[in-house]
Design a protein around this ligand. Structure first.
Ligand code: NAP
Length: 306
């Protein structure tokens, strides 16, 4: 039986693993994909302390993975399919086997939200993308559209200026949600043309994206832009399928915890983007991972009467 199992290998999970491995707990981390989480698809990170010149998302996560491994964290490439909570132990069933653990740290992150418009799902991977870092280079000298007004949309729009000939940046309001610094940079970019107060109605094209139809939410007018790519960044949804009905969630489906990161089930902790909170950053995920690791350690020690 493990002392602690961690589900998810993004910044929160890897930080929890670092603390628990250094504390010599019997701990393992389960991750179905490559460790790193959504940051892996971020081109450049410039608000993570300690890297004054910025660092690529890939390199940052490579370092975050190497550090706990140095202290002996076992990272298993397995897909967690089911959780079952008993009083003194938790059962974690993966595609390979069922593990028992005293405490559990959930750091399952979040996934990109879909627009739900015509053309989005059938043109996914054929012009519709949720990752500019991955797909941006395919759009050299071609016009693209970016949807969303948050930090992600504006950062990705700025990244796309390296490749695309024109970027129609579509936002449903007339004001961006992104931080001011990013707004200033985007406004100063000649290639970026903001299309305000507008939402996508349809993504056009048969075998690949050929355009996008928009509706102005104030006037009701519709218009089209000829684009070869549509990049959608309208926020995230928590990856909470595993804990539906098992722990308390907020109205939007994010996991509720106390300030020790403990969920409504004793010994089950949650950290990072899947947790109910207002600010989702690499630095906040890291802090919560450390807090969850500490909480889980205390829980295991209390169980063992240490
Ligand atoms: P977000 O902050 O939730 O922004 C989502 C954007 O999409 C909003 O502008 C929203 O419009 C728009 N939107 C939502 N649903 C829509 C729909 N159905 N149709 C059209 N537009 C829609 O998401 P995010 O930008 O992915 O950021 C998520 C979190 O990560 C935030 O806390 C953010 O600060 C953080 N983040 C930080 C950094 C950084 O610090 N460098 C980078 C990336 C992300 P409204 O504005 O009208 O609501």
């Amino acid at each position: 039986m493990y002392d602690i199992l961690i589900v998810g290998g993004g910044p929160a999970g890897l930080t929890a693993g670092l603390y628990n491995a250094r504390a010599r707990m019997n701990v393992a981390l389960l991750e179905k994909m490559a460790p790193g989480g959504q940051v892996l698809t971020t081109d450049w990170v410039e608000n993570y302390p300690g890297f004054p010149d910025g660092i690529s998302g890939f390199e940052l996560m490579d370092r975050m993975k190497g550090q706990p491994e140095k202290f002996g964290l076992e990272i298993r490439s397995e897909d967690v399919l089911r959780l079952e909570f008993r009083d003194d132990r938790k059962l974690v069933t993966t595609n390979r086997e069922t593990y028992e653990t005293r405490a559990l740290i959930l750091a399952c992150g979040a996934s990109w939200k879909k627009l739900g418009v015509e053309g989005e799902s059938n043109l996914m991977g054929r012009g519709v993308s949720y990752c500019a870092t991955c797909d941006g280079p395919f759009y050299r000298d071609q016009p693209v559209a970016v949807i969303g007004g948050g930090d992600t949309a504006v950062e990705e729009s700025l990244f796309l200026t390296r490749f695309a000939s024109r970027i129609y940046h579509v936002h449903r309001r007339d004001e961006l949600r992104a931080v001011k610094l990013l707004q200033e940079r985007a406004m100063a970019e000649e290639k970026i043309e903001f299309v305000w107060d507008s939402v996508p109605l349809r993504i056009l094209g048969a075998d690949g994206v050929e355009g996008i139809e928009l509706r102005n939410v104030k006037t009701g007018e519709t218009s089209r832009r000829e684009v070869q790519g549509v990049f959608i960044f309208i926020g995230t949804l928590p990856n909470t399928e595993l804990v539906q009905g098992l722990v308390d969630l907020d109205d939007a489906g994010f996991v509720l915890t106390d300030d020790q990161m403990e969920t409504s089930v004793p010994g089950v902790f949650a950290a990072g983007d899947m947790r109910s909170k207002s600010f989702r950053q690499i630095s906040t995920a890291v802090g919560e991972g450390a807090a969850a690791a500490h909480g889980a350690e205390k829980y295991v020690e209390d169980m063992q009467g240490v």
